[in-house]
Design a protein around this ligand. Structure first.
Ligand SMILES: [Zn+2]
Length: 292
C-alpha cells in the first residue's frame, strides 16, 4: 500500500456532497529534485501541488489551473499548476539569505487562476494576512465567498509525498443556497469522519484504503482515478517565441554580444540555446510566408 500519484473524485449517494482525494509522490519528488529547496519550503510546495491537482479535477475543464502566492516574506513567490487534470509543475522563489526558522511567506495574496484552452481566463484572489499561509483555510474561504459553495479542505505534505482531500456540499439548484436539515446532518457527519484522517495515513496509504477507512459505513460512489505526473510545458518553440517578443533589434544585439541566446526554464531546468544564425532565422521571413 503506497501513494499512487492519482486524484479520485467521489460522491456520497443520496446526498449533494462530493469529495476529492489527491495523493502525489513521484511528481512532487521530481519537482524537489530540480532545485535545492530549503527544507521548510518543501512541504508547502507539496501542498500547493496537491491542491492544484485537486481543484483542477473538481472544476472539470481543459486548460491550466494555477495557484500562486506572492508575499513579503522569505519566499517571494510560490506556484503550482496543473494542466488538463494531469500534468503538474511547481516552483518557489526565495531570498538568498533564507533562514529555516523565519516565517516563509509573510503577508500577501493567493491567486487562483483558471486558464481554459477555450474561453475566458478567470482569476480569484484571496488576501493572506498571517505570517504564513494556511492554504487549506484560504481555499475554503475562497469557495465560501466567491462561489457560495460549502467546502472543507485538508492538505498534508512531508518531504516525500503530498495529499489533499476536499468535501463540497453542492446546492441542489441555483436558487437554493443553503442546505436543509438532513443535508446539514450529512455534512456534519461526513466532515466528522473526514477529520479522523491522520497525516501519516494520507501520505502513505493508497486512495482506496483511505476512502474505505474513512467512509466504509457510507454509500460512496468512487469515480475512476486520474493519474498525475510531473510535466513541464516549456519547449523549443515557446523559447523561440520568447526571443521573438524581445524584438529583432534587441534579440540580435544580445546574440551578437554573447554569440547565442540561452533560455533557461526555471521550472524544469531545461536549457534552450539559439545560435546567432538561429536567432537571425527567427526574424527572417519563412518560405511559406512569401507570396508566389
Ligand atoms: Zn520546463
Amino acid at each position: 500500500m503506497t501513494v499512487t500519484d492519482t486524484t479520485t473524485r467521489f460522491l456520497f449517494e443520496d446526498t449533494h456532497i462530493r469529495g476529492e482525494l489527491t495523493q502525489i509522490a513521484r511528481p512532487f519528488q521530481e519537482v524537489l529534485s530540480k532545485h535545492n529547496y530549503p527544507r521548510p519550503i518543501q512541504p508547502l510546495l507539496g501542498q500547493f501541488m496537491a491542491a492544484a491537482a485537486m481543484l483542477s479535477d473538481t472544476i472539470k475543464f481543459e486548460g491550466i489551473l494555477s495557484l500562486q502566492v506572492k508575499g513579503n516574506g522569505q519566499v517571494r513567490t510560490l506556484m503550482a499548476e496543473c494542466r488538463n487534470n494531469q500534468a503538474l509543475r511547481a516552483i518557489a522563489q526565495y531570498n538568498d539569505d533564507f533562514e529555516d526558522s523565519g516565517p516563509l511567506l509573510g503577508e500577501g495574496h493567493l491567486a487562483i487562476t483558471i486558464d481554459p484552452d477555450k474561453g475566458q481566463r478567470y482569476q480569484g484572489i484571496v488576501l493572506i494576512n498571517d505570517d504564513d499561509i494556511d492554504l487549506a483555510s484560504a481555499l475554503e474561504g475562497y469557495f465560501q465567498q466567491s462561489e457560495q459553495i460549502k467546502t472543507r479542505v485538508w492538505l498534508y505534505a512531508d518531504h516525500n509525498a503530498a495529499a489533499g482531500m476536499m468535501l463540497q456540499a453542492m446546492p441542489k439548484s441555483a436558487s437554493e443556497s443553503s442546505l436543509d436539515l438532513q443535508e446539514d446532518e450529512d455534512w456534519e457527519r461526513l466532515n466528522f469522519l473526514a477529520e479522523t484522517l491522520k497525516p501519516e495515513e494520507a501520505l502513505n496509504l493508497d486512495s482506496e484504503t483511505v476512502l474505505h477507512r474513512l467512509f466504509h459505513e457510507e454509500t460512496v460512489r468512487v469515480y475512476p482515478a486520474r493519474e498525475l505526473r510531473f510535466e513541464c510545458t516549456c519547449s523549443e518553440q515557446r523559447s523561440a517565441n520568447a526571443i521573438m517578443t524581445l524584438g529583432q533589434q534587441e534579440a540580435l544585439e544580445i546574440a551578437h554580444e554573447q554569440g547565442h541566446i540561452e533560455i533557461d526554464c526555471q521550472f524544469c531546468r531545461a536549457r534552450y540555446a539559439f545560435s546567432l544564425q538561429q536567432v537571425e532565422e527567427l526574424f527572417s521571413p519563412k518560405p511559406e510566408d512569401s507570396i508566389n
